[in-house]
Write a protein that binds this ligand. Structure first.
Ligand SMILES: O=P(O)(O)OC[C@H]1O[C@H](O[C@H]2O[C@H](CO)[C@@H](O)[C@H](O)[C@H]2O)[C@H](O)[C@@H](O)[C@@H]1O
Length: 257
């Protein structure tokens, strides 16, 4: 029989989008629902954020966490690794972009420096990627923000990968690895014979995970969006409050199984 496993993006999925990325908290009610979900289903959070940061927001240790767009995976109930190897599967961790951390830190330092006079620009170090937030920048400053991005790409060329999120540019380690790869990796590690994955996410980077589930026919994507848009997801929910209601329904269905 198929076993449902759950993958959840964080920002815009569990927490509403807010102007300050450091204040993207989930509600107490959402945390209670997530605790139930984590007990009843194998559950993973897959986020663009640093893994430690997203764990600080969620604080449920029974879940798997994949930070840095899936480039920093830690499976639940495993001891913290002190290994420097990118693959330390005995400790339940997988960090395929480890050799790029110095470059990412250099991008972070450069961005901090070159954006210090751009009001509203915020730089977030996500370990294997760096976010340049422009949500709070003025229209007039946007050409400066774009110039900063162009300069970094010109300097590093193939040494860095750029993706776009919601009012954010994300500079990533240049490896072929995204949220879709992370989902496949975690699916493989859970030891579930016949998994059926439900992945819920709101952002462009979640499309990689939707695509993988569609291709492999072993799960579905659910897009969180108020507007209709092109997606590889099968279904959609409007916002984090609908995500919470959906998770509550899953919990009560499972309890009555
Ligand atoms: O894959 P995700 O977990 O969705 O990560 C994508 C980015 O999410 C965060 O930024 C977004 O949410 C912020 C808080 O609501 C918002 O202020 C920002 O405008 C959004 O882009 C996170 O802070 C970024 O580092 C991630 O790249």
């Amino acid at each position: 029989m198929k076993e449902i496993i759950i993958f959840l993006d964080y920002d815009g999925t569990l927490s509403p989008i807010v102007t300050d990325p450091d204040k993207a908290y989930i509600s107490d009610e959402m945390r209670e629902v997530l605790k139930d979900v984590a007990v009843l289903f194998k559950t993973s959070i897959v986020s663009g954020r640093a893994r430690a940061k997203v764990f600080d927001f969620v604080r449920i240790k029974e879940m798997n966490y994949a930070g840095s767009h899936g480039m920093d995976i830690k499976l639940a109930s495993t001891t913290e690794s002190t290994s420097t190897s990118e693959i330390d599967e005995d400790c339940g961790s997988y960090q395929p972009a480890q050799r790029h951390t110095a470059m990412i830190s250099r991008v972070f330092d450069t961005l901090l420096h070159v954006t210090k006079d751009i009001k509203g620009a915020k730089i977030e170090h996500n370990i294997f990627c760096v976010s340049l937030h422009y949500r709070n920048c003025s229209e007039e400053d946007m050409p400066r923000v774009q110039k900063v991005v162009e300069n970094i790409l010109e300097e590093l060329k193939d040494g860095v990968k750029l993706t776009n999120g919601k009012m954010v540019y994300e500079f990533r380690a240049p490896i072929v690895w995204n949220k879709g790869h992370a989902v496949q990796y975690i699916q493989g590690k859970l030891g579930v014979e016949d998994p059926f994955s439900i992945y819920i996410g709101d952002d462009q980077t979640d499309e990689d995970a939707f695509q993988v589930l569609r291709e492999r026919k072993n799960g579905i994507g659910i897009l969180v969006s108020e507007a209709s848009r092109t997606t590889r997801a099968f279904f959609s929910l409007r916002d984090p409050s609908q995500v919470m209601e959906f998770l509550k329904m899953l919990v009560s269905w499972k309890r009555n199984c």
